[in-house]
Design a protein. Structure first.
Length: 216
């Protein structure tokens, strides 16, 4: 059993960062932090199923909802976007680690959330974290350099029809992290195979199952 809470997190310009914190009623040594993409996170079934996967394994789960889609985030200069993301995820980290001591950390990021993960990797608490990179922005040189420098235990999930997919970059990251990858043929940045509802659902099942094995 777990309690569903909301933590008070103050981010950029002291603005609150919406979140949902699922806290196990029994002691939990594992924390999963879910960092969504640009779109509203609550409409993403993959993130919801992934969160449930961790809850079923007696982990606490923090779902972050930084709501950048409400402020024209991508119209801001790149330096400002990076600063905002760094400030917000740092605030998230400091707040959640004030709740409990955790022995095991898993970061799950989708798209923009993979950039957020890149900002967290240098922190001491994340040096041994496991990382699930859902549709990572493989063409972003800064993100690749962060992954290659800190070499977290990693699982990369991406589709061949994703604009950010690059087989060469993916192979390099898997080699440097000794990580695993799951490439979904024909899937776009939403990990959906256009015009193939059943195949898209099968792909989601495959992704969740692969994450479960990675966590185990």
């Amino acid at each position: 059993m777990f309690d569903k809470l909301s933590l008070t997190i103050s981010g950029n310009n002291k603005q609150p960062i919406p979140n949902t914190y699922f806290r196990q009623q029994s002691a939990a040594s594992h924390l999963c932090v879910v960092l969504p993409g640009y779109s509203p996170p609550l409409i993403n079934p993959l993130l919801q199923y992934t969160s449930q996967l961790f809850l079923d394994r007696n982990a606490d789960v923090l779902q972050v909802e930084y709501e950048y889609y409400k402020i024209d985030f991508f119209k801001k200069p790149a330096a400002e976007r990076n600063r905002m993301l760094s400030v917000d995820v740092t605030a998230v980290s400091e707040t959640v680690f004030a709740q409990r001591e955790y022995e095991h950390i898993t970061l799950v990021g989708k798209s923009l959330g993979t950039l957020a993960m890149g900002h967290l990797l240098p922190g001491n608490r994340f040096r041994k974290a496991s990382c699930v990179w859902l549709t990572p922005l493989l063409t972003n040189e800064w993100l690749r350099s962060q992954i290659e420098q800190y070499k977290p235990r990693s699982l990369f999930v991406i589709g061949t029809a994703d604009d950010f997919y690059n087989a060469g970059y993916l192979a390099e990251l898997c080699e440097s992290t000794k990580g695993k990858s799951l490439v979904i043929e024909g899937a776009n940045h939403g990990l959906v195979i256009p015009g193939e509802v059943v195949q898209s659902l099968k792909a989601m099942t495959r992704i969740v199952s692969t994450i479960g094995k990675f966590v185990a």
